[in-house]
Design a protein around this ligand. Structure first.
Ligand code: IMP
Length: 336
């Protein structure tokens, strides 16, 4: 049986560096057919993460955002229009249900920058069918992201079916209970490492389980082109939802889209519950969180003596760490 590794199982070996200042480290990345982003971070299409305010914040920080699909077509299209008039780059999520094509056409008319087929198990014949139909009605020019997948075989299939970028990671999300409910999944870092072996020209978006800038650095080192974030942005001012006063301070809800609460809200029924709903402390402006991440990513790349993401990916040297290494790797003053 194969062993699969995740973020905490590995470290990157520090290497000789002649980087004079970390601000010289280039972390811009390209999304095919769309353009270049100065920060390789995308906010997740979840109803407690990405609405209009988050889309604006992500753009201002140099990344991008994907508007969630848990609303009606008019509401989502109006959001896209509000943002693309302002000249912002914005993705929008669609499902594979009955309204897939109608929604995609409406979003395209509204000027959406790219589309994202947003399903839990992307290696599925329905995704193949949706991609085929979308290419037929929308054409080749539109960047279409799809996912999620966990394996190289799935990554290659989605690329062959017409996806320009692919979300990699199943069961690793902070609010995800897929592995508990179904017994299926794969540690996110392993999925990234496997999918990065692909010879297809598709962009790899690491998604789920990213908790720190260190995890982002490891994801990029393993071959991700961009990372997608949920929990790291949860609780920021720009997330949709109300502020709740609790005994432990002011909080906001962050929930999985397959949680009982989210399913009731968007489809008035609950089937397989594969996520949880949680409250998280307020974090202030997303820009501050993103700036800290930018600094951490640049610092991480400099520890490998690299100056951009491409040279970092070729130089990065992973080692597996033991349980005592994991303890040493987290702050541990209280244990002494
Ligand atoms: P996080 O950054 O670790 O919080 O993970 C966010 C990711 O979890 C999203 O981008 C989705 O891929 C995934 N996700 C969102 N909702 C659910 C759910 O209800 N169950 C499982 N995965 C989810």
């Amino acid at each position: 049986m194969r062993t699969a590794l995740s973020f905490d199982d590995v470290l990157l070996v520090p290497q000789y560096s002649d980087v004079q200042t970390r601000s010289n480290i280039e972390i811009k990345q390209e999304l095919k057919k769309v353009g270049t982003y100065s920060l390789p971070i995308i906010s997740s299409p979840m109803d407690t993460i990405t609405g209009e305010a988050m889309a604006m914040a992500m753009n201002e920080s140099g990344g991008t955002a994907i508007l969630h699909r848990y609303n009606n077509i008019d509401e989502q299209s109006r959001m896209v229009m509000n943002l693309t008039s302002k000249g912002l780059s914005i993705g929008a999520a669609i499902g594979i249900g009955d309204d897939c094509i109608e929604r995609a056409l409406a979003l395209t008319r509204a000027g959406v920058t790219f589309l994202c087929i947003d399903v839990a198990h992307g290696h599925h014949s329905k995704v193949q069918k949706a991609l085929k139909e979308l290419r037929h009605v929308i054409g080749e020019e539109m960047h279409i992201m799809a996912g999620n997948v966990a394996t190289l075989e799935a990554f290659n299939d989605l690329a062959d079916w017409g996806a320009d970028s692919i979300r990699v990671g199943i069961g690793g999300g902070s609010i995800c209970s897929t592995r508990i409910q179904t017994g299926h999944g794969m540690p996110t870092l392993q999925s990234i490492m496997d999918c990065a072996q692909s010879d297809r020209d598709a962009t790899l978006i690491a998604d789920g389980g990213i908790r720190t800038s260190g995890d982002i650095v490891k994801a990029l080192a393993a071959g991700a082109d961009f990372v997608m974030l949920g929990s790291l942005l949860a609780g920021t001012d720009e997330t949709p939802g109300i502020v709740i006063d609790t005994r432990d301070g002011r909080k906001k809800v962050y929930r999985g889209m397959a949680s009982r609460q989210a399913q009731w809200k968007w489809r008035n029924r609950v089937s397989s519950v594969e996520g949880i709903s949680h409250t998280v402390p307020l974090k202030g402006p997303a820009a501050e969180v993103l700036e800290e991440l930018r600094i951490g990513i640049r610092s991480g790349i400099s520890y490998s003596g690299a100056t951009n993401v491409t040279s970092f990916q070729s130089k990065a040297n992973f080692i597996q760490q033991t349980t005592s290494g994991q303890v040493e790797s987290s702050t541990h003053i209280k244990r002494i």
